[in-house]
Design a protein around this ligand. Sequence first.
Ligand code: ADP
Length: 398
Amino acid sequence: MKILVLNSGSSSIKFQLFSMKERKVLASGLIEQIGEPMGKIKLNSAQLKEPVTQKVVIPNHEHGIEIISSFLIDNKIIKGLDALDGIGHRVVHGGAFKESQLIDDGIMQEINKYIPLAPLHNPANISGIKAAETEAPHVPQVAVFDTAFHQTMPPHAYTYALPYDLCEKLHIRRYGFHGTSHGYIAEEAAKVLKKPLSKCNLITLHLGGGASAAAIKNGKCVDTSMGLSPLEGLVMGTRSGDLDPAIVFYLERVEKLKPHEIDMLLNKQSGLKGICGTNDLREVEAKIREGCERAKLAFDMFCYRIKKYIGSYYAVLGRVDAIVFTGGIGENSASVRAQVCEGLSHFGITLDTKRNAANATHIQSSKSEVEVLVIPTNEEFEIAKLTQHLINEKHLKR
Ligand code: ADP
């Protein structure tokens, strides 16, 4: 079975083509600067020695999909997009959807309905879906939502303490994001633990440019740190994460900032970058080695916030089988993992320094009651897997 995974941004399309049986990436690439005076493409396949890069004008997403299609045909990877078994689309906001959905007019209307909740992402996802439908009208298309995995949260975890009617009217609630990643690593962790996922209690930590934590009880998400939007929760590269909402009114009143300026400040100029000038954790670590105190503060804040979430999710779950680190930081930064887990021996969590430094799968010490795992995420493969699952379930295999 060949499944194409598309992640469409406002001016970009990322793709990976999978052969599902061998779990192999046949081709991948990135189309950038769509709609700008000059666009950039980078395309790769299993047969090529190095990726093809080019600068071409890419007026819209449809043109971007045509470029991908021509590349796959020219390199004899598939006869055309219509020969695919399915196309899986990353859709950021899926509102109340608990699962991936086969795309039809009704689903498109729902994705449209959630635009006010994800004004930057959902319109771009819709453009990608429409372009793929034009190019491959007979191929089943599936929407895989970043929010879906978290929709098993109970009402007391997802409801904000605001006037209830207003929450209902405006669909204000915790949705959670990075769901494909949390779902994927939860399944992988269950394999490592050699237990059915339905018996696993996990705290999963996706630490990348964006960062989020999830509490997983018996394989289902019961709480997560991101909320109505991806702004809430952990300290991130450029996002503040949790803060006192009164700060927003204070900025408006005293600094005379407009709502869109505060939005920008909290999303793009805060987090690690706001504290020490860089959003890249490797650079933060390099600055610490040079003696930069602000970088040390940013690092300490980043780790401290994660530790607080571990503590609260421990209380939520009661018993924890494993803490799972993933994402660019979670998979690679031994110093973050060490500092996050420091002082948690009373929770039964201690690390093995050598295994942690080696980014091993198991990084807990032999004394540790709780397993601590490092599992690389693979959101694209998870989207392909969910797409395949739905196609099989609906007997749409071609
Ligand atoms: P995105 O959320 O954009 O997909 P990633 O999951 O790739 O991002 O994570 C990016 C973050 O991972 C950056 O802060 C980067 O510095 C950090 N990172 C990547 N490799 C390492 C490493 N070897 N050591 C420490 N941090 C790393």
